[in-house]
Design a protein around this ligand. Sequence first.
Ligand code: NAP
Length: 321
Amino acid sequence: MKAAVVDRYGPPEVMQIREVPKPVPGPGEILVRITATTVNSGDARMRAARVPRGMKTMFRLAMGWNGPRKPVGGFEAAGVVEAVGAGVTKFKPGDRVTGSHGFKFGLHAEFALFAQTDALVATPAGLSDTDAVSVLFGGSTARYFFAAGGLKAGQKVLINGASGAVGVMAIQLAKRAGTQVTAVCSAANAEFVRELGADAVIAYDREDFAARPERYDIIMDNHGNAPFARVRHLLVPGGKFLQVIGDLGEMIAGKFTRQVVGSGKDSDMVSAAVYGELLDLTARGALRPVIDTVLPFTRIAEAHVRVDSGRKRGSVVVTLP
Ligand SMILES: NC(=O)c1ccc[n+]([C@@H]2O[C@H](COP(=O)([O-])OP(=O)(O)OC[C@H]3O[C@@H](n4cnc5c(N)ncnc54)[C@H](OP(=O)(O)O)[C@@H]3O)[C@@H](O)[C@H]2O)c1
């Protein structure tokens, strides 16, 4: 089968589509023929070894020094069950499925194996594979941070980096929760985030939101340029700062600050229950998938170029025949 392989960290051109052995499902395993996958901000970070300040050595020790120890990336996918191993009762060949097996990666390929216990769920009828896969990364991240930050109806929420994969889901989930949302993005995306439900928009290229008088119950930073130290004065007493991205110093400091909510365990986000909920909302039209670009698998390097721009709206999806 074909897979997008990265031998050494670098620009999108390091990615090569190559022939690799097709996996065979063992007991309890499900072989999925992938039809749609994403190139998300995490995939682009992995390919380039591009991590926040202070994390380079830790990243390379964990993931591989000169190149990724897992050379085929890809965090989430949708597709069709091709075959199942002994003892699999959850799915049968022909079932449409969507999911992730987290940091095992390997989903930028024609086929992948999932364990029955992985976060793999049935794709709702009527929901395309492209739409299904596009909501997982941002939706599960926003959902985790909002739950950990105690988001509740009536609150005022500011979302910095509101038009990326996490931001577009955060706006919609925060509105569903009955909050008042202020979105921070470029002026070019102002109308777009309003359409998603934002009550107010602050264009970062026209104005510094941190200099305004409004106060918030929750501030979510999806871009890394609004750390707690810069925005804490905008929080009401007891308000929460959702540190979706931060450098090593900020993350360590956050652990000692009750107002800062940091990343959770993988299982908080890569979960069948969470994915099932997100797909159900999307199938019912209650959550709008936001897809920046769809490219065929043969052009996956171009998908990485788009993600590297830092300007994508929502998700970049790659499709396989
Ligand atoms: N902690 C976790 O568990 C976790 C989970 C998922 C993701 N993350 C991290 O969260 C971050 C966001 O992920 P993502 O997938 O949403 O990223 P993304 O889709 O690549 O974000 C792109 C968006 O960033 C916006 N942006 C660019 N410059 C900005 C600025 N100066 N101020 C505010 N917004 C700006 C852009 O909006 P404009 O075009 O309007 O500028 C664009 O829409 C990434 O760093 C990712 O690694 C962390």
